[in-house]
Design a binder for this molecule. Sequence first.
Ligand code: ZN
Ligand code: ZN
Length: 224
Amino acid sequence: MAKTRPGVSAPKLKAGKKDLHSYTIRGTNKIVRVGDCVLMRPSDIGNPPYVARVEKIESDNRNNVKVRVRWYYRPEESLGGRRQFHGAKELFLSDHHDVQSAQTVEGKCIVHSFKNYTKLENVGAEDYYWRFEYKAATGAFTPDRVAVYCKCEMPYNPDDLMVQCEGCKDWYHPACVGMTIEEAKMLEHFVCFECSEDDFKQFQNGFHASPVSDAKVESKRHKR
Ligand SMILES: [Zn+2]
Ligand SMILES: [Zn+2]
């Protein structure tokens, strides 16, 4: 399977190797510690930097510092490619480990959990998130299923504005319900087409004749 990363074969055990607690990025005062996420120089200049989690830092007897990393993949580097629900700052935590010269470390970044990322008030250049683990050899994701929203049944892309229906509590893309983003931002209340239809039917029938699944939705609707 073609790897998208420069592979460096695992170094043989040599005398004089020692573990380091930290590494200072050359020309900066930024300190990298085990567990930190880093940006690494890509093999093609012009590509975005690689993102990795540092698992080990060690130096040999000639003071060459190496970092053992676990790669994060960008959606476009994955076998399935970027999909519509992948956010601009989305990364996949891969099972692909590597050893690289510490000199390829260009900077630091933060890879948040999806939940924490969606709570950020401001997303900085160094903020990323992950929600899927990724098997580099097969392209498989864990979890292989996530919650989907809207009529288009897509997982949540935090870059896209969504509006919540006050009836079913589902979230909708403005475009999927025939609104512009500007219109959606102006809305004070939103009820999706299905929910407004339901209300109309109940009004006509004068009683609840909904199937069980709808009844559940109903009870949710009246909860305060
Ligand atoms: Zn949609
Ligand atoms: Zn609804």
